[in-house]
Design a protein around this ligand. Sequence first.
Ligand SMILES: Nc1ncnc2c1ncn2[C@@H]1O[C@H](COP(=O)(O)OP(=O)(O)OP(=O)(O)O)[C@@H](O)[C@H]1O
Length: 614
Amino acid sequence: MTRKGIRHFYIPEEQSVYLLSHADAKKLKDWIALCVAQLQSLGFTDIGLIGKGAYGFAFGGRDSAGAEMVFKFTRITLPASIQDRLEEEAFMQGLLEHPHIPAVKEFYQRGRQSILMMTRAPGVDLEQISLRDGPIPPRLVVKMAVQLGRILLYLRQFTHDGSPRPIVHGDIKPSNLVWDEHTESLSLIDWGSSVYAQLDEHLQPVQNNVLDLMSGDIQETNARLGDIYFIGDAQLNGERSSPRFDEQGLAGTLYALASGQSARFAHEVITPSSLGLPKLLSDILTHMLSDDVTSQHGGGDYLLSHLNLLENIVFGDDVPAHYEALLPVWVAKEHKNIESVVYSSRKSFLRQQSDLTSEQSQAMSQLGYLNDAQFERYYKNYLDGMGATEKGFLAAISRLARYPVLGGLVIHWQPEGVYIDSSLNLQDPTKEQAFKHAVNTVVILARAIHRQGVFKCCLFDAKNTLHIERDSVDAPFVAGAATAIPYEKSSVSLSASESRVHSYFEDGDDPDEFLALPPQIMQAIKALNAIHHTGCIIFEALENHLKIHSYYRLLDHTKENEFNASLNEIIVSLPLLSGEGTCGFMKLPYKDTRFFEHRVRCADKFYPRNPRTR
Ligand SMILES: Nc1ncnc2c1ncn2[C@@H]1O[C@H](COP(=O)(O)OP(=O)(O)OP(=O)(O)O)[C@@H](O)[C@H]1O
């Protein structure tokens, strides 16, 4: 990706409310209450928050006739230029009339706050369904392909005052598709990245009016950057907008849905031809996802001209999949309401260092101290120093934290294959199948990556994070009297000889860690290391705010007093901590180390031509 692509990027902030400082969390709550009050004063009822996007929030409610509506608000803290975009969104979406596109009803301006009101698309967004179910059955993927294809045709053929004016949505991805499971129909939402296409599908300039031609910037793209997990290279590289952009969004989306992933990147390993799709759709996706532009366009044209053929493919009943996890997964009997966050270290290990410009390296080190929830979004910018499979691997790691899960993973790449130590404790039995599939994706992608080194990640509950604030950078962090690092105990006490665990220190220093801990805290961590337990602790020091994330499980109950004393020693030594940055330690059980040979890609598998013979 060139710098040009990065220029279009606005970095949104999105965090678990549990990771916000007390003041920020309160501001957020107050703001949501204010939005609800504003909607009530406009006469709407049954108001509730339904979605949170990068730039704002969406509320559901009913109008006086009882019809379900959606109200989109932009975060008032964002710059005016971003706020104005809601009005542009209302304008573009307001042009469209299509049964699978929500209709704009009103655009309100209340002081600095703008509100976009539209009809509510029935159903649940497809990212949620994908997380709930794992890969979507081939029959439904084909159905979605047909419906989405028809929307793209409508956008390609859009006219204004009798002249062709194709429109680009610009951000097609699973979370922007709402799926009604009863009628099996989808709606394309979030028109915040949509623009009039500058080029048609043959990449010829759209016949603009004289004013457009005179405006002089016809060589500059008017495109907005969609989600880089789904968009294609042309949009990423800042090329002029065309209907081809949305074909790429469609291909990335269908691929992700069919493969139970949250990104398009891994298609060379988990190929479209390995997903059990009908060969026709698999071939189309292979072409559309290829690096060759002619092949991409050929695939897109073929799809849009063969929607009827796809629609007439015969399917048997959907067969619920059963996944055997490639790593041990412990499933709690009951759903526990936790808010999982993943922190992964050694990300730079996955990067091809030589590809980084000095500008990027500098930006990277400045970003190093951001926490992952934020970092992950920022980080999307910097994925470009990685190969596609490495990006897919990181997207697969992020997907794990979309489930309520505690524990961690350590992956050791060796010439002969991959060794994986893990502790994965899923807190929701209804998600077992989908989670196991998500774990298998991590393993499949790890096997396809060839390098020597270690990657680690910890999964913890953000609700257990301790927050300690200070007035200025020079002031010490002082924890309140009752502050304690929480831990749980294994059901039975285990002595060190009964099961081995990793040492906090065995893999050496992490090159991505930017916070040096004072000797007193290091001493306490060394003392902890000698006590039989598993878990992780992460210190994240910001200017005025320290967060301590942790997940601890004590195995040797006879050492509980020492364990407590060391945890307490960490808390009382916090005032000695100086500097900003993140650093963490983790200990995993050894007994479940799994070995996998390298494997370049998955085997082909297609939907049977005659489904009755399955
Ligand atoms: N018309 C609609 N009908 C049903 N749900 C909607 C509608 N519009 C928005 N939502 C819900 O609200 C969420 C956020 O809306 P939207 O994606 O438009 O916001 P955004 O701030 O542009 O988000 P992002 O750019 O991060 O995807 C959606 O994921 C969806 O769940």
